[in-house]
Ligand binder design. Structure first.
Ligand code: NDP
Length: 288
């Protein structure tokens, strides 16, 4: 079924979204704060104002810098009867507040998190998370599915943002760890491209620990059948700091996890494994 789709925000991501809709033959209208961005997008008609863009389609996808930009955009226009799908990166609270504001104005709201970079849009490996109005999501699943593999994660509109940030936090941990490994091994002039041959299989093997971690976290039983105790890991950990200093490499990325492991041991949980650090992470942070 062909739809009218509007994309508000034609930055790097918005352009990729609009292109995916237009390519599939949906009547696509684009709008961008700075005009002229739809110029080289085949099949995308650029609207002169937000109001015109919103009038053009029942489905309005928005993807701009942040939520305050989203609020500015919708400030004065009539959105009643529309389905707003907001793919702007934000927090669960921002998504819930926007949902309340949008639904109070007679529109349906779906929040989304794009787990992909623009060139991936339109391919199955582009993961897009959605939450909010199930009905709205289901009415437009055939359109949103063009962006990648869509997953509806729940009716709480904040969930997509929560899962998005959770997944990104895992990415930063993985990438940070890999960069640390490149720096440490590279202190002996090992080319990163050579070291990759060890790093990638190692990381793949380590992913194998996650199902057991997940079971421990769900059951709250962190102490049975542990093969790598925190007390042992904490003992060996200073080797990182000594080696880093001797090799002339910074150790900043390793410090925080060490502090958490030490605290867990000091709290009497040295016989548990690394999964139990999640218990400490569940305590509120005092850092802004
Ligand atoms: P860009 O910097 O390329 O584009 C930002 C867009 O926001 C532009 O269209 C800009 O308009 C618009 N904008 C900024 N402020 C306002 C405002 N006050 N009113 C109206 N429009 C405004 O960013 P991306 O397209 O890459 O990112 C967009 C969203 O997608 C972000 O939330 C980002 O986190 C998310 N995202 C991006 C990914 C990526 O790899 N690029 C990956 C996953 C998510 P103008 O042209 O006029 O400045």
């Amino acid at each position: 079924r062909k739809e009218n789709v509007t994309v508000l925000g034609l930055g790097q991501m918005g352009v990729a979204l609009a292109r995916a809709f237009a390519r599939a033959g949906h009547r696509t209208t684009g709008w961008n704060r700075t005009a002229g961005k739809a110029g080289d997008l085949a099949g995308v008609v650029e609207a002169a104002s937000v109001a015109d863009a919103v009038t053009a389609s029942d489905l309005v996808v928005v993807c701009v810098l942040d939520y305050s930009a989203v609020q500015e955009i919708f400030g004065a226009v009539d959105i009643s009867g529309r389905t707003i799908v907001n793919l702007t990166n934000g927090t669960p609270r921002q998504a819930r507040e926007l949902d309340a504001a949008v639904t109070a104005r007679g529109a349906r709201y779906v929040d989304g998190g794009i787990m992909a970079i623009p060139p991936m849009i339109g391919r199955p490996e582009a993961m897009v998370l959605y939450s909010g109005s199930t009905q709205a999501y289901e009415s437009y699943e055939h359109v949103l599915g063009l962006l990648g593999t869509g997953t509806f994660v729940g009716t709480d509109p904040g969930l997509a943002a929560l899962y998005d940030l959770s997944l990104l936090s895992a990415m930063y941990g993985l990438h940070g760890g890999a960069l640390n490994a490149f720096a440490l091994a590279g202190s002996e002039k090992v080319p990163a491209t050579d070291f990759l041959a060890l790093l990638v299989p190692w990381l793949r093997a380590m992913l194998g620990a996650l199902p057991r971690f997940a079971e421990r976290i769900d059951s709250g039983d962190f102490g049975t059948g542990v093969s790598s105790k925190l007390s042992m890991q904490v003992q060996a950990f200073p080797n990182f700091f000594d080696a880093s200093r001797e090799q002339g490499v910074r150790d900043d990325l390793l410090r925080p996890i060490y502090e958490l492991m030490k605290q867990r041991v000091a709290d009497g949980h040295g016989d548990q494994d690394g999964a139990s650090i999640v218990e400490l992470l569940r305590t509120p942070s005092t850092v802004d």
